[in-house]
Design a binder for this molecule. Structure first.
Ligand code: DAH
Length: 329
């Protein structure tokens, strides 16, 4: 027995003990480096091989290989065991009990009026329109004057107005957004404008003080009444299917000629929108040349649409926040 025999046997024994008592993968890696690294224990022992009697070298060499193999096998087995234990621990800590009862969270839904606005906007976006909005508080200029209703114009009486301190008012319709949009853009333009509007009306089954409109405006060269009619018809067809409709001559200060459109519903004609060719005075108010451009406009009553689509007899219900009612839609 040479000294190197003993050293190899001790090395083997120590490695076996240390690997057996090792508890983590990090420690195990340290052990591997400690034994097999460049400056590791095995290299140290083998470094002394040169001093051996040459006749001894093959035997010691073979022995060193055996020791190395044995340690390697111990390291591999231990790594496998530690990895399995780690996975097991992870699975334990992440256990999910799929039989636990869930937490009930009440499911919200789109309000029927918003649902109708969404549908209408989708249809117009499909027809190439852009969605725009404007403020609820307006000045007299945008709500009336620029729309061809100068002070003392009798048509102002058609819309009983909530006036605010400081000369402002709550818009009585979405038409002021026509003016605001045209001031900011050049023709050609096609916009669709949803919004809340306010009137000093006495509230009943078909009137509310706060309600919703959708305004339509198209300005381009060469637009004619037939373009307006075709657009409205296509919209109503997509919205209501094949309900009978009729155009009826009417009057609005901001359109000339003007019309109202009725839907036949429950055996009666129900007015659902006003429309017309934009009055040249309105185009002039925003600096457009009425000799070059023409336009058409319309204002839809969202609550009226809701009455038809959801068979409502009293629009006050849609504002009452009664979930038993709202959940039906
Ligand atoms: N602003 C009108 C109203 O509230 C509705 C309306 C009629 C809008 C004709 C329009 C239009 O754009 O062309 O009664």
């Amino acid at each position: 027995m040479t000294q190197i025999d003993t050293q190899l046997q001790d090395l083997r024994q120590n490695a076996q003990d240390e690997i057996a008592s090792c508890e983590t993968l990090d420690q195990l890696e340290q052990l591997r480096i400690n034994y097999f690294g460049k400056k590791g224990q095995l290299s140290k022992v083998l470094g002394a091989m040169g001093k051996l009697d040459p006749s001894e070298r093959p035997r010691i060499g073979a022995m060193a290989n055996e020791v190395k193999q044995a340690i390697q096998t111990d390291l591999d087995d231990k790594r496998t065991a530690l990895q399995a234990a780690q996975l097991e621990a992870q699975l334990q800590s992440e256990t999910l009990d799929v039989t636990m009862p869930g937490i009930y969270r009440p499911q919200g839904q789109i309000h029927p009026l918003n649902g109708i606005i969404d549908r209408a906007l989708d249809i117009f976006v499909g027809l190439g329109y852009t969605v725009a909005t404007g403020p609820d508080m307006e000045s007299d200029y945008y709500n009336f004057e620029a729309l061809n209703m100068p002070p003392d114009h009798p048509a102002r009486d058609m819309q009983d107005t909530f006036y605010l301190p400081g000369g402002n008012l709550l818009r009585t319709h979405t038409s002021p957004v026509q003016i605001r949009y045209m001031e900011q853009h050049k023709p050609p333009l096609r916009v669709i404008v949803p919004g809340r509007v306010y009137r000093r009306d006495s509230v009943d089954a078909t009137h509310a003080a706060v309600f919703h409109q959708i305004e339509l405006l198209a300005v381009d060269e060469g637009l004619r009444f037939s373009d307006l009619k075709g657009t409205i018809k296509e919209f109503l067809r997509q919205m209501f299917g094949d309900l009978p409709i009729r155009f009826r001559a009417s009057y609005f200060p901001f359109t000339e000629p003007s019309a109202e459109v009725d839907l036949q519903w429950q055996g009666k004609w129900l007015e659902v929108l006003g429309c017309g060719m934009v009055d040249p005075n309105v185009l002039q108010a925003v600096g457009y040349d009425p000799e070059q451009y023409t336009g058409f406009a319309a204002g839809f009553g969202v609550e009226r649409f809701a009455m038809v689509l959801h068979q409502l007899d009293d629009i006050r219900r849609v504002y009452a926040s009664d979930l038993r009612f709202l959940r039906q839609f």
